[in-house]
Design a binder for this molecule. Structure first.
Ligand code: ZN
Length: 143
């Protein structure tokens, strides 16, 4: 798109944009102390995580019990979204029951939110059992 501004329109536009830029610069100048404080707090957060030996940002909180989860914790990043701590994680038996008796009708070949068809979960459960695992084992992995 090309514009054909008259000389008068161009001067008016330039004036309005300069006024808005001056407004923006004034606001930026006023928020400098807050930006500096936010950077200081970010530094304190990083120091605190380091003091506790946590490498990286926290994952969040367990959706069930609200326990803080940090990188390296064992937990379950569930297919349907929530992250659960190891204590609250479902068992392989829970997943099997859910797949065999879904609350809503599911197609075993239609991919879930993570791009995995439920039929593959059944195969993963079977592989877990074949590998000496139990349906009572928690479905957990390092977060
Ligand atoms: Zn929990």
């Amino acid at each position: 798109m090309t514009t054909k501004l008259s000389e008068e329109q161009r001067e008016k536009l330039d004036g309005e944009l300069k006024a808005l830029k001056a407004l923006e610069n004034g606001i930026r100048k006023q928020r400098e102390p807050f930006d500096r404080m936010l950077r200081d707090v970010e530094g304190l957060v990083a120091q605190t995580l380091e003091r506790y030996g946590v490498d990286g940002d926290p994952i969040g909180h367990c959706e069930s019990c609200e326990t803080l989860l940090v990188p390296g914790d064992l937990g379950c990043n569930c297919v349907d979204g929530p992250v659960l701590c190891a204590d609250c994680a479902p068992t392989w038996g829970d997943l099997k029951k859910q797949l065999e008796n879904p609350i809503v009708t599911i197609d075993l070949d239609v991919e879930d939110e993570k791009g995995v068809p439920p039929r593959e979960h059944m195969a993963t459960i079977a592989a877990h059992i074949a590998g000496g695992g139990s349906l009572d084992d928690k479905i957990i992995h390092p977060l």
